[in-house]
Design a protein around this ligand. Structure first.
Ligand SMILES: [Cu+2]
Length: 287
């Protein structure tokens, strides 16, 4: 749709003007100071979400300006002083048909790209890799069903002194979810005890992690780097302290990491969980 593309282009310009420095410095994979816009897109889904947002921004701006103009005209031309003897007109068929059909047309214009985007998010393409994320109170556990029997816990680094220099406060974790770049990753989520939600803004991903259910979503990271997200469903006391960190690496680096992870996180079914009641402990919890 040419109109859609044009509107989107205009909107992108407007929103970058509005956001100013915000856009220029909006982080990839993490929030930035004074950020006004979305985090940069790191996946095709997020690219589409941003385009759709820009398209809606044009529509909402035009509607707001139009309503404002109508209000100003009414206030100026039809106030008691300027218009002492008001018209007694009550119906205008043409006008009534127009103010019904025009909003319908606008909604249809919004619905078409909206449904396209929804289906794009929900139809999971042929996946190169599956990862399973289990939300727990209050950390995430990840397993790689395609790559062997290992599972590991990913806990927020609570002691700021332990943060790597590239790790933001409250987002850095001890064990990141590692995935290869430019591969379609299917994410399956479930909750261990309450509902959590797996959300990574730069990937345009947010899916509930519900006990007793397996939800699915997908992303395809187009650039290497670390992408942060957070649990997005109120899940208890430490809801704010169970970040998600996805490290996107080259295919070779991923293969190497898998071999290491198999050793490091080999599942020992007799062992006690190493983070039992991690969230219940106040203060630093470092593995
Ligand atoms: Cu949670």
């Amino acid at each position: 749709m040419l109109v859609f593309k044009r509107l989107t282009a205009i909107a992108a310009t407007i929103s970058s003007l509005l956001a100013g420095v915000g856009t220029a410095s909006a982080g990839l994979g993490q929030p930035s100071a004074w950020q006004l816009n979305f985090q940069q897109a790191g996946s095709p889904v997020m690219d589409n979400i941003i385009s759709f947002h820009n398209f809606l921004l044009v529509i909402i701006t035009l509607i707001t300006l139009f309503v404002l103009a109508l209000l100003v005209v009414i206030m100026v031309r039809f106030n008691a002083r300027a218009n002492p003897t008001p018209s007694r007109t009550t119906h205008n068929t043409l006008l009534e048909v127009a103010w019904t059909l025009v909003p319908v047309a606008i909604l249809v214009m919004i619905a078409i790209p909206s449904f396209k985007l929804l289906f794009y998010q929900l139809n999971i393409p042929q996946a190169d890799l599956t990862v399973k994320a289990t939300g727990k109170q209050w950390y995430w556990s990840y397993s790689y069903p395609d790559n062997g029997k290992f599972e590991f816990d990913s806990l927020m680094v609570r002691d700021e002194k332990q943060l790597r220099t590239d790790q933001p406060r409250l987002l850095g974790v001890d064990n990141e979810l590692v995935v290869p770049v430019n591969k379609t990753v299917r994410v399956q989520t479930t909750g261990a005890e309450v509902i959590h939600s797996f959300a990574v803004p730069s990937f345009g991903v947010k899916v509930d992690a519900i006990p007793g259910r397996l939800n699915e979503t997908w992303f395809k990271a187009t650039r290497e780097g670390i992408y942060y997200g957070q649990c997005a469903e109120l899940c208890g006391k430490d809801h704010a302290f169970m970040p998600i960190a996805v490290r996107v690496v080259s295919e070779e680096a991923f293969a190497t990491w898998v071999e290491e992870a198999k050793q490091k996180f080999a599942r020992d079914d007799n062992a006690q969980t190493n983070v039992a009641a991690a969230g219940a402990i106040d203060g630093p919890v470092i593995k």
